[in-house]
Design a protein around this ligand. Structure first.
Ligand code: ZN
Length: 436
Protein backbone atom coordinates (compact mmCIF):
# COMPACT_ATOMS: atom_id res chain seq x y z
CA UNK A 1 0.00 0.00 0.00
CA UNK A 2 1.31 3.41 -0.94
CA UNK A 3 0.29 4.91 2.43
CA UNK A 4 2.47 2.32 4.17
CA UNK A 5 5.38 3.28 1.93
CA UNK A 6 4.77 6.94 2.73
CA UNK A 7 4.78 6.11 6.43
CA UNK A 8 8.02 4.16 6.00
CA UNK A 9 9.70 7.07 4.21
CA UNK A 10 8.57 9.58 6.84
CA UNK A 11 10.04 7.35 9.56
CA UNK A 12 13.21 7.08 7.47
CA UNK A 13 13.35 10.90 7.31
CA UNK A 14 12.96 11.19 11.07
CA UNK A 15 15.57 8.56 11.85
CA UNK A 16 18.07 10.20 9.50
CA UNK A 17 17.64 13.76 10.71
CA UNK A 18 15.85 15.07 7.63
CA UNK A 19 12.59 15.90 9.40
CA UNK A 20 11.63 16.27 13.03
CA UNK A 21 8.39 15.74 14.93
CA UNK A 22 7.06 19.14 13.85
CA UNK A 23 7.48 18.28 10.14
CA UNK A 24 5.85 14.85 10.28
CA UNK A 25 2.28 15.68 9.27
CA UNK A 26 3.46 18.25 6.75
CA UNK A 27 5.86 15.80 5.06
CA UNK A 28 3.20 13.06 5.03
CA UNK A 29 0.75 15.43 3.30
CA UNK A 30 3.28 16.46 0.70
CA UNK A 31 3.90 12.83 -0.18
CA UNK A 32 0.14 12.09 -0.29
CA UNK A 33 -0.21 14.94 -2.77
CA UNK A 34 2.64 13.65 -4.91
CA UNK A 35 1.01 10.21 -5.13
CA UNK A 36 -2.46 11.70 -5.58
CA UNK A 37 -3.87 10.05 -2.45
CA UNK A 38 -6.59 11.78 -0.39
CA UNK A 39 -7.09 9.29 2.42
CA UNK A 40 -4.56 8.29 5.03
CA UNK A 41 -4.47 6.06 8.02
CA UNK A 42 -1.23 5.56 9.88
CA UNK A 43 -0.06 1.96 10.12
CA UNK A 44 1.42 1.54 13.63
CA UNK A 45 3.19 -1.67 12.60
CA UNK A 46 5.70 0.23 10.49
CA UNK A 47 8.56 1.19 12.75
CA UNK A 48 11.84 0.20 11.08
CA UNK A 49 12.45 1.62 7.60
CA UNK A 50 14.39 -0.30 4.96
CA UNK A 51 17.25 1.23 2.94
CA UNK A 52 15.96 4.32 1.16
CA UNK A 53 16.62 2.89 -2.31
CA UNK A 54 14.27 -0.01 -1.54
CA UNK A 55 11.47 2.26 -0.32
CA UNK A 56 11.87 4.47 -3.39
CA UNK A 57 11.89 1.50 -5.75
CA UNK A 58 8.54 0.30 -4.36
CA UNK A 59 7.11 3.81 -4.52
CA UNK A 60 8.13 4.12 -8.17
CA UNK A 61 6.55 0.80 -9.04
CA UNK A 62 3.30 2.16 -7.59
CA UNK A 63 3.72 5.49 -9.37
CA UNK A 64 4.33 3.82 -12.73
CA UNK A 65 1.43 1.38 -12.35
CA UNK A 66 -0.89 4.25 -11.44
CA UNK A 67 0.18 6.60 -14.21
CA UNK A 68 1.82 9.11 -11.85
CA UNK A 69 5.28 8.38 -13.29
CA UNK A 70 4.72 8.15 -17.04
CA UNK A 71 7.85 6.19 -17.96
CA UNK A 72 10.18 3.89 -16.11
CA UNK A 73 13.51 4.63 -17.80
CA UNK A 74 16.53 5.33 -15.56
CA UNK A 75 16.30 9.07 -16.19
CA UNK A 76 12.54 9.17 -15.58
CA UNK A 77 13.03 7.25 -12.34
CA UNK A 78 15.92 9.45 -11.20
CA UNK A 79 13.77 12.52 -11.81
CA UNK A 80 10.85 11.01 -9.90
CA UNK A 81 12.66 9.55 -6.90
CA UNK A 82 14.44 12.87 -6.40
CA UNK A 83 11.07 14.59 -6.39
CA UNK A 84 9.97 12.14 -3.69
CA UNK A 85 13.04 12.88 -1.58
CA UNK A 86 12.43 16.61 -2.01
CA UNK A 87 9.29 16.14 0.11
CA UNK A 88 11.35 15.15 3.15
CA UNK A 89 14.42 17.34 2.60
CA UNK A 90 14.58 20.42 4.86
CA UNK A 91 14.84 23.85 3.21
CA UNK A 92 18.26 25.47 2.62
CA UNK A 93 17.87 27.86 5.59
CA UNK A 94 17.60 24.92 8.01
CA UNK A 95 20.57 23.03 6.55
CA UNK A 96 22.78 26.13 6.44
CA UNK A 97 21.92 27.06 10.04
CA UNK A 98 22.71 23.54 11.23
CA UNK A 99 26.02 23.55 9.33
CA UNK A 100 26.98 26.94 10.83
CA UNK A 101 26.06 25.81 14.34
CA UNK A 102 28.23 22.72 14.00
CA UNK A 103 31.08 24.61 12.34
CA UNK A 104 31.27 26.75 15.49
CA UNK A 105 31.99 23.51 17.36
CA UNK A 106 34.45 22.20 14.78
CA UNK A 107 34.82 22.24 10.98
CA UNK A 108 34.90 18.44 10.96
CA UNK A 109 31.64 18.22 12.85
CA UNK A 110 30.05 20.48 10.24
CA UNK A 111 31.25 18.43 7.27
CA UNK A 112 30.40 15.14 9.04
CA UNK A 113 26.84 16.39 9.42
CA UNK A 114 26.60 17.67 5.85
CA UNK A 115 28.12 14.52 4.32
CA UNK A 116 25.73 12.27 6.25
CA UNK A 117 22.87 14.59 5.23
CA UNK A 118 23.84 14.43 1.53
CA UNK A 119 23.64 10.64 1.69
CA UNK A 120 20.44 10.56 3.73
CA UNK A 121 18.65 12.68 1.10
CA UNK A 122 19.81 10.18 -1.55
CA UNK A 123 21.57 13.08 -3.36
CA UNK A 124 24.58 10.79 -3.00
CA UNK A 125 23.16 7.46 -4.16
CA UNK A 126 24.96 5.07 -1.86
CA UNK A 127 23.63 1.99 -3.62
CA UNK A 128 25.21 3.15 -6.91
CA UNK A 129 28.52 4.23 -5.37
CA UNK A 130 28.81 0.72 -3.95
CA UNK A 131 29.22 -0.55 -7.53
CA UNK A 132 32.53 1.30 -8.03
CA UNK A 133 35.68 -0.82 -8.16
CA UNK A 134 38.56 0.35 -5.95
CA UNK A 135 41.91 -1.14 -5.07
CA UNK A 136 45.45 -0.20 -4.12
CA UNK A 137 48.52 -1.29 -6.06
CA UNK A 138 52.18 -1.04 -5.05
CA UNK A 139 54.45 0.95 -7.35
CA UNK A 140 57.90 2.47 -7.15
CA UNK A 141 56.12 5.70 -6.15
CA UNK A 142 54.34 4.01 -3.25
CA UNK A 143 50.85 2.52 -3.05
CA UNK A 144 48.57 4.06 -5.71
CA UNK A 145 44.78 4.02 -5.63
CA UNK A 146 42.98 2.71 -8.68
CA UNK A 147 39.27 3.37 -9.03
CA UNK A 148 36.82 2.49 -11.76
CA UNK A 149 33.69 4.58 -11.60
CA UNK A 150 30.68 2.45 -12.36
CA UNK A 151 28.05 4.53 -10.58
CA UNK A 152 27.04 6.82 -13.42
CA UNK A 153 24.09 5.02 -14.95
CA UNK A 154 24.13 4.02 -18.59
CA UNK A 155 21.81 6.14 -20.69
CA UNK A 156 18.64 4.49 -21.96
CA UNK A 157 18.19 5.17 -25.71
CA UNK A 158 14.68 6.45 -24.94
CA UNK A 159 16.17 9.00 -22.55
CA UNK A 160 18.73 10.10 -25.12
CA UNK A 161 15.93 10.65 -27.63
CA UNK A 162 13.94 12.66 -25.08
CA UNK A 163 16.96 14.76 -24.16
CA UNK A 164 17.50 15.45 -27.87
CA UNK A 165 13.94 16.76 -28.21
CA UNK A 166 14.19 18.92 -25.08
CA UNK A 167 14.33 22.64 -25.62
CA UNK A 168 17.76 24.04 -24.78
CA UNK A 169 17.48 26.03 -21.60
CA UNK A 170 20.01 28.36 -20.02
CA UNK A 171 18.61 27.75 -16.56
CA UNK A 172 20.50 26.58 -14.63
CA UNK A 173 23.44 27.57 -16.83
CA UNK A 174 25.34 24.40 -15.87
CA UNK A 175 25.39 21.46 -13.44
CA UNK A 176 27.38 23.46 -10.88
CA UNK A 177 25.34 26.67 -10.73
CA UNK A 178 23.72 27.56 -7.41
CA UNK A 179 20.35 27.59 -9.21
CA UNK A 180 20.41 23.78 -9.13
CA UNK A 181 19.37 23.78 -5.46
CA UNK A 182 15.79 22.45 -5.49
CA UNK A 183 15.54 22.38 -9.30
CA UNK A 184 13.08 19.84 -10.71
CA UNK A 185 15.30 18.88 -13.65
CA UNK A 186 14.28 17.31 -16.95
CA UNK A 187 15.50 14.65 -19.36
CA UNK A 188 18.78 16.45 -20.02
CA UNK A 189 19.35 17.96 -16.57
CA UNK A 190 19.28 16.03 -13.28
CA UNK A 191 16.65 16.74 -10.63
CA UNK A 192 17.94 18.43 -7.51
CA UNK A 193 14.98 18.84 -5.14
CA UNK A 194 17.05 17.02 -2.51
CA UNK A 195 20.17 19.10 -3.09
CA UNK A 196 21.34 21.73 -0.59
CA UNK A 197 24.47 23.86 -0.83
CA UNK A 198 26.48 25.64 1.88
CA UNK A 199 27.68 29.22 1.35
CA UNK A 200 31.33 29.80 2.23
CA UNK A 201 33.83 32.64 1.79
CA UNK A 202 37.16 32.05 0.11
CA UNK A 203 39.58 34.93 0.45
CA UNK A 204 36.54 37.20 0.87
CA UNK A 205 34.68 35.92 -2.20
CA UNK A 206 31.38 34.05 -2.33
CA UNK A 207 31.56 30.32 -3.02
CA UNK A 208 29.39 27.32 -2.19
CA UNK A 209 30.25 23.91 -0.85
CA UNK A 210 28.53 20.73 -1.96
CA UNK A 211 29.43 17.07 -2.33
CA UNK A 212 29.91 15.34 -5.64
CA UNK A 213 27.00 12.96 -6.20
CA UNK A 214 29.53 10.46 -7.63
CA UNK A 215 32.01 10.50 -4.68
CA UNK A 216 35.18 9.60 -6.58
CA UNK A 217 36.95 9.44 -3.18
CA UNK A 218 35.96 9.89 0.47
CA UNK A 219 33.87 13.02 1.10
CA UNK A 220 34.55 14.28 -2.42
CA UNK A 221 33.30 17.86 -2.28
CA UNK A 222 33.00 20.59 -4.87
CA UNK A 223 33.55 24.23 -4.08
CA UNK A 224 31.97 26.41 -6.75
CA UNK A 225 31.82 30.11 -7.47
CA UNK A 226 28.56 31.92 -6.77
CA UNK A 227 28.75 33.11 -10.37
CA UNK A 228 28.87 31.11 -13.58
CA UNK A 229 32.32 32.29 -14.71
CA UNK A 230 35.09 30.26 -16.42
CA UNK A 231 37.88 28.43 -14.62
CA UNK A 232 41.21 30.16 -14.50
CA UNK A 233 44.35 29.14 -12.64
CA UNK A 234 45.98 32.25 -11.21
CA UNK A 235 47.32 33.88 -8.05
CA UNK A 236 43.78 34.34 -6.69
CA UNK A 237 43.10 30.58 -7.01
CA UNK A 238 46.20 29.72 -4.96
CA UNK A 239 44.97 32.09 -2.24
CA UNK A 240 41.47 30.60 -2.32
CA UNK A 241 42.70 27.00 -2.11
CA UNK A 242 44.97 27.83 0.81
CA UNK A 243 42.18 29.76 2.50
CA UNK A 244 39.89 26.73 2.13
CA UNK A 245 42.29 24.33 3.83
CA UNK A 246 42.82 26.88 6.60
CA UNK A 247 39.06 26.86 7.21
CA UNK A 248 38.67 23.08 6.70
CA UNK A 249 42.05 21.71 7.84
CA UNK A 250 40.82 18.10 7.65
CA UNK A 251 40.11 18.50 3.90
CA UNK A 252 42.40 19.01 0.93
CA UNK A 253 41.41 21.23 -1.98
CA UNK A 254 42.62 21.25 -5.54
CA UNK A 255 41.67 22.60 -8.90
CA UNK A 256 41.53 20.98 -12.27
CA UNK A 257 43.74 22.71 -14.79
CA UNK A 258 42.15 25.43 -16.90
CA UNK A 259 43.03 23.99 -20.32
CA UNK A 260 41.25 21.20 -22.19
CA UNK A 261 42.69 17.65 -22.26
CA UNK A 262 44.56 18.17 -18.97
CA UNK A 263 41.60 19.93 -17.33
CA UNK A 264 38.28 18.95 -15.89
CA UNK A 265 34.97 18.42 -17.61
CA UNK A 266 33.36 21.73 -16.64
CA UNK A 267 35.71 24.54 -17.60
CA UNK A 268 32.84 27.03 -17.91
CA UNK A 269 32.20 27.31 -14.16
CA UNK A 270 34.95 28.27 -11.71
CA UNK A 271 35.18 25.44 -9.17
CA UNK A 272 37.54 23.37 -7.05
CA UNK A 273 37.45 19.83 -5.72
CA UNK A 274 38.14 18.90 -2.15
CA UNK A 275 37.53 16.22 0.38
CA UNK A 276 38.62 14.03 3.22
CA UNK A 277 41.07 11.79 1.48
CA UNK A 278 44.87 11.51 1.52
CA UNK A 279 45.90 10.75 -2.04
CA UNK A 280 49.00 8.75 -2.89
CA UNK A 281 50.72 11.88 -4.21
CA UNK A 282 50.25 13.61 -0.85
CA UNK A 283 52.15 10.75 0.78
CA UNK A 284 55.02 10.94 -1.71
CA UNK A 285 58.12 12.66 -0.35
CA UNK A 286 60.42 15.31 -1.78
CA UNK A 287 62.90 13.91 -4.29
CA UNK A 288 65.09 16.98 -3.88
CA UNK A 289 64.65 20.43 -2.42
CA UNK A 290 65.62 23.81 -3.82
CA UNK A 291 65.36 27.47 -2.87
CA UNK A 292 63.25 29.88 -4.90
CA UNK A 293 65.08 33.23 -4.84
CA UNK A 294 62.88 35.81 -3.16
CA UNK A 295 60.87 33.12 -1.35
CA UNK A 296 63.47 31.77 1.06
CA UNK A 297 60.88 31.18 3.80
CA UNK A 298 59.08 28.66 1.58
CA UNK A 299 60.32 25.06 1.53
CA UNK A 300 60.28 24.03 -2.14
CA UNK A 301 61.20 20.88 -3.97
CA UNK A 302 60.39 18.26 -6.56
CA UNK A 303 58.10 15.43 -5.46
CA UNK A 304 59.00 11.80 -6.18
CA UNK A 305 56.06 11.19 -8.46
CA UNK A 306 55.49 10.10 -12.09
CA UNK A 307 54.27 13.61 -12.99
CA UNK A 308 56.26 16.83 -12.66
CA UNK A 309 55.25 18.16 -9.26
CA UNK A 310 56.70 21.05 -7.27
CA UNK A 311 55.78 21.09 -3.58
CA UNK A 312 55.72 24.26 -1.48
CA UNK A 313 55.46 24.35 2.31
CA UNK A 314 55.15 27.44 4.46
CA UNK A 315 53.30 29.35 7.13
CA UNK A 316 52.11 32.43 5.28
CA UNK A 317 49.25 32.20 2.77
CA UNK A 318 50.32 35.38 0.99
CA UNK A 319 53.95 34.30 0.53
CA UNK A 320 52.92 30.78 -0.52
CA UNK A 321 50.47 32.09 -3.12
CA UNK A 322 53.07 34.51 -4.49
CA UNK A 323 55.66 31.73 -4.76
CA UNK A 324 53.11 29.54 -6.56
CA UNK A 325 52.26 32.38 -8.90
CA UNK A 326 55.95 32.86 -9.66
CA UNK A 327 56.16 29.18 -10.68
CA UNK A 328 52.93 29.43 -12.70
CA UNK A 329 54.14 32.50 -14.61
CA UNK A 330 57.51 30.89 -15.31
CA UNK A 331 55.92 27.61 -16.42
CA UNK A 332 53.33 29.26 -18.68
CA UNK A 333 56.19 30.84 -20.65
CA UNK A 334 58.43 27.75 -20.63
CA UNK A 335 59.49 26.09 -23.87
CA UNK A 336 61.95 23.23 -24.24
CA UNK A 337 61.83 21.81 -27.73
CA UNK A 338 64.15 18.90 -26.81
CA UNK A 339 61.66 17.78 -24.15
CA UNK A 340 58.79 18.44 -26.58
CA UNK A 341 57.34 21.19 -24.38
CA UNK A 342 55.98 24.23 -26.18
CA UNK A 343 54.43 27.06 -24.19
CA UNK A 344 52.28 27.88 -27.21
CA UNK A 345 51.75 26.97 -30.84
CA UNK A 346 50.14 29.44 -33.23
CA UNK A 347 49.38 31.70 -30.27
CA UNK A 348 47.46 28.98 -28.42
CA UNK A 349 48.83 28.34 -24.88
CA UNK A 350 49.67 24.81 -23.72
CA UNK A 351 51.16 25.15 -20.24
CA UNK A 352 49.21 25.33 -17.01
CA UNK A 353 49.18 23.94 -13.48
CA UNK A 354 46.99 21.62 -11.44
CA UNK A 355 47.28 22.92 -7.84
CA UNK A 356 46.40 20.90 -4.73
CA UNK A 357 46.44 22.47 -1.25
CA UNK A 358 46.38 20.79 2.14
CA UNK A 359 47.52 21.27 5.71
CA UNK A 360 50.63 19.31 6.64
CA UNK A 361 50.64 19.48 10.43
CA UNK A 362 50.46 23.21 11.04
CA UNK A 363 52.12 24.04 7.70
CA UNK A 364 50.34 25.07 4.53
CA UNK A 365 51.26 22.76 1.67
CA UNK A 366 50.72 23.32 -2.03
CA UNK A 367 51.51 20.80 -4.76
CA UNK A 368 51.82 22.27 -8.25
CA UNK A 369 51.54 19.70 -11.03
CA UNK A 370 53.05 21.11 -14.22
CA UNK A 371 50.76 20.35 -17.17
CA UNK A 372 51.14 20.68 -20.93
CA UNK A 373 48.24 19.81 -23.19
CA UNK A 374 50.07 19.48 -26.48
CA UNK A 375 49.09 16.46 -28.52
CA UNK A 376 51.08 14.76 -31.18
CA UNK A 377 50.24 13.81 -34.69
CA UNK A 378 51.12 10.22 -35.41
CA UNK A 379 51.97 9.39 -38.95
CA UNK A 380 51.66 5.76 -39.80
CA UNK A 381 54.42 4.32 -41.85
CA UNK A 382 53.99 0.84 -43.21
CA UNK A 383 50.97 -1.28 -43.77
CA UNK A 384 48.26 -2.31 -41.37
CA UNK A 385 48.80 -5.17 -39.01
CA UNK A 386 46.41 -8.08 -39.08
CA UNK A 387 44.12 -6.45 -36.50
CA UNK A 388 43.62 -3.41 -38.65
CA UNK A 389 45.92 -1.02 -36.82
CA UNK A 390 48.92 0.61 -38.47
CA UNK A 391 51.98 -1.58 -37.97
CA UNK A 392 54.27 1.18 -36.75
CA UNK A 393 54.57 4.89 -36.14
CA UNK A 394 57.87 6.25 -37.28
CA UNK A 395 57.39 9.96 -37.24
CA UNK A 396 55.69 12.46 -35.05
CA UNK A 397 55.16 16.16 -35.08
CA UNK A 398 52.87 18.57 -33.35
CA UNK A 399 50.16 20.70 -34.79
CA UNK A 400 47.48 22.91 -33.37
CA UNK A 401 43.88 21.95 -33.35
CA UNK A 402 41.95 24.80 -34.87
CA UNK A 403 39.02 24.58 -32.53
CA UNK A 404 40.40 24.02 -29.08
CA UNK A 405 43.95 25.15 -29.10
CA UNK A 406 45.21 21.67 -28.58
CA UNK A 407 46.73 19.23 -30.95
CA UNK A 408 44.58 16.49 -32.35
CA UNK A 409 45.73 13.16 -33.60
CA UNK A 410 45.14 11.83 -37.02
CA UNK A 411 46.36 9.10 -39.21
CA UNK A 412 45.93 7.93 -42.71
CA UNK A 413 45.82 4.22 -43.03
CA UNK A 414 45.04 1.72 -45.67
CA UNK A 415 42.21 -0.57 -44.67
CA UNK A 416 41.92 -4.22 -45.51
CA UNK A 417 39.69 -3.48 -48.44
CA UNK A 418 42.25 -1.05 -49.77
CA UNK A 419 40.26 2.08 -48.93
CA UNK A 420 42.06 4.97 -47.34
CA UNK A 421 40.55 5.82 -43.99
CA UNK A 422 41.33 9.14 -42.34
CA UNK A 423 41.25 10.15 -38.73
CA UNK A 424 40.52 6.62 -37.64
CA UNK A 425 42.82 6.57 -34.66
CA UNK A 426 41.71 9.96 -33.38
CA UNK A 427 38.13 8.87 -33.09
CA UNK A 428 39.05 5.71 -31.30
CA UNK A 429 41.65 6.93 -28.89
CA UNK A 430 41.18 10.63 -28.23
CA UNK A 431 38.31 12.80 -27.09
CA UNK A 432 38.53 15.06 -30.11
CA UNK A 433 37.96 14.28 -33.73
CA UNK A 434 40.68 15.16 -36.12
CA UNK A 435 40.03 18.32 -38.05
CA UNK A 436 41.98 17.05 -41.02
ZN1 ZN B 1 27.40 27.24 -13.80
Amino acid sequence: MITDLIRELVIYGKKNGLICEADEVYATNRLLELFDVMEYEENPEITEPRAVCEILEDMMTYAHENGIMKEDTITAKDLFDTKIMGCITPPPSVVRAEFAKRYAESPKEATDYYYQFSQATNYIRKDRIAKDEKWVTDTEYGPIDITINLSKPEKDPRDIAKAGQAKKSGYPACLLCKENEGYAGHFSHPARQNHRVIPIKLDGQNYYLQYSPYVYYNEHCIIFNEQHIPMKIDYAVFRKLLDFVRQYPHYMAGSNADLPIVGGSILSHDHFQGGGYVFAMAKADYERKFVIPGFESVTAGIVKWPMSVIRLQGDDMEVMAKAADHILTSWRAYTDADAFIFSETDGVPHNTITPIARMHGDKLELDLVLRNNIQIELIAVGRLSSIGRPASYQERKYRSDRGYGTCGTSCTSEGRDGRIGQGDISRRGYPQESTD
